[in-house]
Design a protein around this ligand. Sequence first.
Ligand code: URA
Length: 433
Amino acid sequence: MDAVTIIEKVREGREPTQSELNWFAGGLASNKVTDAQAGAFAMAVLLKGLSEEGRVALTLAMRDSGDVLNWSLGKPVVDKHSTGGLGDCVSLLLAPMLAAAGVPVPMISGRGLGHTGGTLDKLEAIPGVRTDVTEARFRTMMDEIGCAIVSAGRNMAPADRRLYAVRDVTATVPSIDLITASILSKKLAAGLDALVLDVKCGSGAFMETEEDARALAKSLVSTASGAGCKTAALITDMSQPLAPAAGNALEVVEVMEALTDPKNSRLVDITLALGAEVMVLAGYDTAPEVAAVKLRDALTDGSACKVFDAMVAALGGPQGFSEGWRARLPEANVIREIPAPQAGKIAALDGHAIGMGVVHMGGGRLREGDQIDPSVGYSDILPLGAEVAKGTPVARLHAANEKAAQAAERAYLSALTIAEDVTPPPLLIDRVG
Ligand code: URA
């Protein structure tokens, strides 16, 4: 087999076989396939597209380019993947809630990407926590705690790491086929029985329009199901931050408030909906309403909080984190309110701009490998539809110094629209699966 023949096939709209794609993914992982060939392959896929079978075959080939975990826990293991957004700290809440309800969650997560935050960066805002654990530690955590949120080992879906870097510099990121194979190759390498996807749509999302979000959701669901993992997707609104905070430690605050003093909120509602969905997919329950009651019980009876504490301690963080957690989180030097420039209702929040505001404060990376400041970001973000008088706070900023605070205030105000009236979109837009 050779790369040129495989690229030619895709270029002509003929589908490569599974064994050809296995060869190509292996070649990406071993560097037998050159960067030029990887770029040509990505562009051919972007322009010609793959059939549903082709997408499954590429996903499996990329999954199998490295280690694939296998669990023998005696019950189905599940996970959730979000396409990313602002104030989206669902994973930190959902994994312990599911584990407390008896559902194992080996969650391999990512770091911040562009304007969106990453689960690993958020968890590592807790002093001492390191998510790059050995496979042995990962397995012990699954046996003893029932969930673990960790980073991918170097040898998980290595073909994706290579192809992603090439796509980034060859204008081939937006291919739905490649996005699907990229996301799922990594998730399926975790050996899941069921997966629920949170496909976000709106100004803070990877897919801004409902049409694009639906197309990605359909592709992800059919491909993951075709690869043998029971999967469904919820399309959810990201025209405003999910939790009223954006920034690593500030989102941990939202999670800890939900774990220690649960109340109804957009964050809790979406977490319950996603968790119930995956419990039904995996066969733990037959109706999402029943599963949601179990998950809510795990939250209100404090068992999810205990699981979270155990996970934090196992990852190197403090013992009993939920006792006195607020004082243990890093705090920014400058914390102050952002006053409304006029009276009216919060009519739009440009999620991309707010996310980039956090990145520029140091809460995200502009270059791979940048150190991040976990303490910075925005909190107390007023939701769409909230009424404000001129000068009353629309959000609170947390910055490292006065200069960064001034820039962060300008960024927030330029992302904000205040108008006379607004109808906020529903949180849950649709279900695909
Ligand atoms: N996230 C991924 O992991 N891959 C993509 O291609 C896009 C988003």
